[in-house]
Design a protein around this ligand. Sequence first.
Ligand code: BG6
Length: 480
Amino acid sequence: SISDNTTILVLGASGDLAYKKTFPALFGLLKHQFLPHNVQIVGYARSKMEKEQFRERVTSKIKTSSEADKALVGKFKDMLHYVDGQYDKDESYKNLALEVEKLEQGTGKKNRLFYMALPPSVFIPVAKGLRENLYSTTGWNRVVVEKPFGKDLQSSNELGEALARFWKEEEIYRIDHYLGKEMVKNLIVLRFANVFLGSIWNRQFISNVQITFKEPFGTEGRGGYFDEFGIIRDVMQNHLLQVLTIVAMEKPVSLNAEDVRDEKVRVLKYINPLTVDDVLVGQYVKSADGTKPGYKDDKTVPPDSLCPTFAAAVFWINNDRWDGVPFILKCGKALNEAKVEIRIQFNDVAGNTLFPEIARNELVIRVQPDEAVYMKFMNKEPGLNSDPVISELELNYTKRYQSSRIPEAYEALILDVLRGDHQNFVRSDELEVAWKIFTPLLHQLEKQKVRPVPYEYGSRGPEELNDFVEMHGFARSNLP
Ligand code: BG6
């Protein structure tokens, strides 16, 4: 109701994630009128800082394109507050609770959203401190947590159990920001609202699926942090596996969060755990021209690091729909371009006696940049011949939806939290199956000290990649 009050408390408010993603997303929601009435945003961190200083820092990261935006930044500033304190001291939370109560207006319920933009080391004491001192008894309480959710099955379960001592599953929102991306959200529409796609979405028509994540920059400055995790934990176990799950799951009974997540868990259970034989790992070295550093040139990275900055892996889903269809996931840093896409390659035309030179059909769903959906298909080359030529049926977002804005993933997800919708968040059992798929592989890589193959900064990845994808059924088109 209009007299309710909502406090958005950002823990870890002076960290990178908060400045780069959380606060700009909150500003985006304000701008597009998606923030509730009577809302205040409270930053909390260890650093001592005046409120004004905090307001300046937060808003300096916000891009404004018009005078109206600039005026809105002024309004946003007024909503921002800051409290400093420790993460492990009860009295810090008592003080925080007093400050929050002073700010709360309105006569209705007091809703509280706790956004933990924090390193895992302080995660549990914060979850405890908040639950014991800031839990609202009149409105809702929702806690948003960010990865890493552990490093393997065991550590993830331990973290989960510790968190469950203080918070109920329905109060927890585990963020995987890929679930907030427009094109990832579109998958469910493409699959279940189109008969021409829905009916061929299976092993009978699909040869293989590739999900690719490419970044054109290295770990630049965060090598020390990255080295503890590697690309498999940083991107593949969460972002790419989530995409795979939505591509592969059965149709949920409804779009209700639990119905959707039930299907996601179910399909994950059909996947074989990975072993070292299912992957190719790489690590980038200096660029060909010598201007870009190799991963190990980063001073914060151990000189003998075996940490993968590139990985390709093949997944098999043992159910009626997908038996025998390889899902190839590839991700890498310091590559030749920025791109995230899903490429569904269809089977060869059966009994093809008419056209010796044709390529397979492919459906490409480009997640970023330049959102697009296109189908590669054979068409007669116009003119006085009858040669088939590869052409595209293409939906390009900037052309087709000129008046629509594509929201930032974090805006979409924070809005979901404000609405209490869990569909785009990771449930605890889902997290557990995801770790079951990756844990044997991660342990093998570490125990056997598997050496990643080198690839140059700015290249397309390790040279071994072509053989890897071809071995797993991907047919490279020999046509122009
Ligand atoms: C993060 C990873 O989760 O996702 C980063 O930790 C990665 O290493 C980032 O760069 C990619 O997100 P996006 O939205 O830029 O594709």
